[in-house]
Design a protein around this ligand. Structure first.
Ligand code: HEM
Length: 289
């Protein structure tokens, strides 16, 4: 990366981080959005009415991220998953999931840098996001490692079912809810087992945090509710009537998103899964289910 790009990225990051702190404070003092009024008027999904869900066709482009695949499956970004502008991604992620302008801008900027593209002028296909050890990494919650499943848009249903059945919490109506502890536990298992069975396993601290950051998005935006996560993870579909569980007026900020990600990371105990990992390595077939 050239000197000018480095300087420009530095100033962009500094601006985003400072603005994010301000938005976090404004969220603390401001009123929350009313239930039923979280998705902004004029954006698809307003009032809980999402555009028609259509599963992807053979030639469509999809990626490892259920959040982005769902946008394409509902036609909020191009249904083909191709030719998406980073600018549009920022806008639609922000409105659909009630993500702060800082977080919704930061992640697509990061993706554009990873793909050596211009945030303002370029487009991408969803599958391009799956550069191994770019954002995509081993020991994920919902996908087999890339060494076992090179097409990272492929959902690993047993992992998803395990996640859904791990929910130990309840909401006030008695529905199952996935908790921070459940996610830390499962991430510990994924890391221990992947490390034992995948000869190409890598997971830098940076990617551990990415894993927790995605888990943090799942908890915040879906509220951990199993009923909603069933459609979201297995079909990459936004349930009818759904709206983001983030109700702060300025959306989920980087500060709060990272705070939750770190709480999940501090709870991960890979060592607790040593025995399970050893058994998985001994009984290893073609994939680490
Ligand atoms: C803003 C742009 C976004 C980009 C560029 C992006 C990209 C990615 C990528 C590359 C992965 C794969 C990571 C891995 O290997 O595990 C991923 C996973 C994931 N993303 Fe996104 N994502 C974005 C927004 C969102 C949003 C708004 C949500 C909201 C729910 C979300 C939820 C998730 C979840 C739950 C995972 C799965 C993690 C796993 O399998 O462990 N993402 N995302």
């Amino acid at each position: 990366m050239g000197f000018t790009a480095n300087v420009s990225n530095f100033f962009y990051d500094a601006k985003i981080m400072s603005w994010d702190v301000i938005l976090t404070i404004l969220n603390l003092v401001g009123k929350k959005r009313r239930i039923g009024d979280v998705t902004p008027e004029g954006h698809p999904g307003y009032g809980g009415h999402w555009p028609e869900f259509k599963p992807p066709q053979e030639t469509d482009s999809r990626c490892s991220c259920p959040g982005l695949n769902a946008l394409a499956n509902h036609g909020i970004i191009s249904r083909s998953g191709r030719g998406i502008s980073f600018v549009d991604l920022d806008r639609h992620v922000r409105a659909t999931y009630n993500i702060s302008s800082t977080l919704s801008s930061f992640v697509p900027h990061y993706a554009a840098r990873m793909l050596k593209k211009s945030f303002n002028n370029d487009t991408f296909d969803l599958e391009e996001l799956d550069v191994h050890n770019g954002i995509e990494h081993d020991a994920s919650l919902l996908r087999l490692d890339a060494a076992f499943q090179p097409n990272q848009s492929t959902k690993h249903v047993p992992y998803i079912e395990e996640l859904l059945s791990s929910a130990s919490g309840k909401d006030k109506d008695g529905n199952d809810v996935i908790t921070v502890k459940d996610l830390s536990k499962l991430l510990g298992k994924r890391r221990a087992v992947s490390r034992a069975v995948n000869k190409e396993f890598t997971l830098k601290p940076f990617h551990k945090l990415f894993g927790c950051a995605n888990a943090s998005l799942l908890l915040s935006t879906m509220g951990g509710r199993v009923n909603d996560l069933h459609d979201f993870l297995l079909h990459e579909q936004l349930p009818e009537g759904w709206e983001s569980r983030v109700r702060q007026s300025h959306g989920l900020t980087l500060v709060n998103f990272n705070k939750l990600a770190l709480t999940i990371e501090f709870g991960v105990r890979e060592k607790d899964w040593a025995q399970v990992a050893q058994e998985a390595a001994e009984h290893q077939g073609t994939s680490p289910v």
